[in-house]
Design a protein around this ligand. Structure first.
Ligand SMILES: *Cc1c(COP(=O)(O)O)cnc(C)c1O
Length: 180
């Protein structure tokens, strides 16, 4: 929680980074649709499979619309493209990788986060490759959900975490028992 500038109650431990990404995509998309009817997921073609395959699953099996934002020659997202898509409405969730796992591109999350916040749409980021290298302050980055994985920054395999900002709509992975 200190590393993320978060409160301990906003950290959910998972079995890996992939589980954290999967839970964020499904949990937030489902809850947002239930609450507001928003039915579109906005992400990029350069996400890790843990995000991209989850988004495709939500599209194919659960009827969400999927919009893949363009990226430039370096693999970066232009905040102007996010703004344009948000203006189109119906967005349940935005998920954009912080540092790309294949080519190292760092996305301008704080700018994207400000746009999402103004539109009232939750922003998730896969920060697995950023941990230990870049600031993970969720207040600076203006993200509502963030995924990390221990084995990418000298921790053991089999441990990940999902930061979930207090109040973010979320359908839990386990619906019972409540102690879990
Ligand atoms: C490694 C990685 C993951 C998956 O993390 P695991 O703990 O191995 O499941 C997700 N996203 C990115 C960007 C990664 O580099």
């Amino acid at each position: 929680a200190d590393l993320l500038d978060a409160r301990p109650g906003e950290i959910v431990f998972t079995s890996c980074g992939s589980e954290s990404d999967n839970a964020a995509l499904r949990g937030i998309a489902m809850a947002r649709r239930a609450q507001s009817g928003a039915n579109r997921i906005l992400t990029t073609p350069v996400e890790h499979k843990a995000v991209l395959a989850s988004a495709e699953d939500l599209q194919q099996l659960y009827g969400f619309a999927l919009t893949l934002l363009p990226v430039d020659g370096n693999g970066a997202v232009d905040p102007a493209d996010v703004a344009r898509e948000l203006a189109g409405g119906d967005v349940a969730l935005v998920s954009i990788v912080y540092a790309n796992n294949e080519i190292g591109t760092v996305n301008p999350l704080a700018q994207i986060g400000a746009l999402c916040r103004a539109a009232g749409v939750p922003l998730h980021t896969d920060a697995v490759q950023a941990a230990g290298k870049l600031s993970l302050s969720v207040s600076e980055l203006q993200v509502d959900a963030l995924s990390i994985s221990a084995h990418k920054f000298y921790g053991p395999k089999g441990v990940g975490a999902l930061y979930l900002r207090s109040g973010t709509p979320f359908v839990p992975v386990l619906t019972g028992g409540s102690h879990e």
